[in-house]
Write a protein that binds this ligand. Structure first.
Ligand code: AFP
Length: 311
């Protein structure tokens, strides 16, 4: 707990104060703050939408930006004028785009609205952000300096890490992100798992691994939204999320740059692990922005067990 924060003032710790006390460098603090603010605009867009607006056509049949494209527009325009971002890569764009003068300190990767197909079902969805200092087409361990995700659920929560632990904030009625818990630490072993994909498509080693988890009494928790499913492992302080290699797609479904590396950065800061079954997710080279990878991420015991079954 930072200096001078007691139970009474704990909730008075907003995001900016927390990052300042944690010694996050000023430009990175201001960038993370600006991205957190975008979360409020994206949340407003989600609330504006209804079943029709969640798709391309609105209820009047007019062309309507899909929510994930709208989220990308909001994020990119905020970052363009932040003064801290030279390049931007997004799941919604074909390739990395220059958005600054070229002298700014950071490169930002984004999955602006992951799980957007869940909006019409009113299930939780999220925004995933990676912040890099060097080229993003390198291994994440060398280039990532921070990561955050925002979960749009019954509450709007944000988890960030700038390399000094993983911390949770809740957006309150006044529109402030206030500290909910800091330095989240996973237990060595959890009790929940998200299996990913369809059983009939799994490779044999993944099937055997999941059958072992079921035999060991792990509870299946899978919403189909990567962000809330990962958030559940973090907030429950243990468990495993996986989206495996499938027989027809050996690289699985989830994007290394936009989804897996930011979550791996945060999970490792919380004492967890993240692997593709052999290598650490953060040690994998990002050959191109669309590269996918199988993923096993969560408590050390389950991740190590997965590696045994897969090797
Ligand atoms: P959408 O963004 O198309 O809704 O996909 C969500 C997602 O990319 C990720 O959030 C989930 O973990 C994963 O797909 C679920 O995939 P399956 O539907 O194949 O289980």
């Amino acid at each position: 707990m930072g200096e001078g924060i007691n139970d009474y003032t704990k909730n008075m710790v907003d995001l900016r104060r927390h990052m300042w006390m944690a010694g996050v460098e000023e430009e990175l603090r201001r960038l993370i703050w600006q991205i957190a603010v975008v979360g409020k605009y994206i949340s407003a867009k989600i609330h504006e939408a209804n079943r029709k607006l969640a798709g391309i056509k609105n209820i009047y049949g007019d062309d309507q930006l899909s929510l994930d494209c709208a989220a990308d527009d909001i994020l990119r325009s905020q970052l363009q004028f932040s003064g801290f971002v030279r390049e931007y890569a997004s799941e919604e764009l074909e390739d990395i785009v220059k958005i600054g003068s070229g002298k700014e300190k950071y490169i930002v990767t984004a999955d602006p609205l992951d799980g957007s197909s869940l909006v019409e079902t009113n299930l939780a969805i999220g925004t995933i952000i990676g912040i890099h200092k060097e080229s993003i087409l390198d291994t994440g361990r060398n280039t990532m300096v921070a990561a955050l995700y925002i979960t749009y659920g019954p509450l709007i929560t944000m988890i960030y890490s700038a390399g000094k632990g993983a911390h949770e904030f809740v957006l309150n009625r006044e529109g402030e992100y206030v500290l909910a818990q800091e330095n989240i630490k996973l237990k060595e072993k959890g009790s929940i798992f998200s299996p990913g994909g369809l059983r009939r498509d799994w490779i044999p080693a993944h099937l055997k691994f999941i059958e072992q988890l079921e035999k060991d009494g792990y509870k299946l928790r899978y919403s189909g939204g990567f962000v809330p499913d990962i958030n559940q492992v973090l907030i429950k302080k243990g468990g495993l999320f996986t989206y495996p290699a499938l027989q027809k797609s050996p690289q699985g479904k989830l994007r290394l740059l936009f989804e897996l590396q930011p979550m791996a950065f945060i999970m490792e800061q919380a004492g967890g692990l993240a692997t593709d079954g052999k290598e650490d997710i953060l040690s994998l080279k990002v050959e191109n922005v669309n590269k996918c990878s199988p993923v096993y991420i969560g408590s050390p015991t389950e991740v190590r067990m997965a590696k045994q079954f897969l090797n």
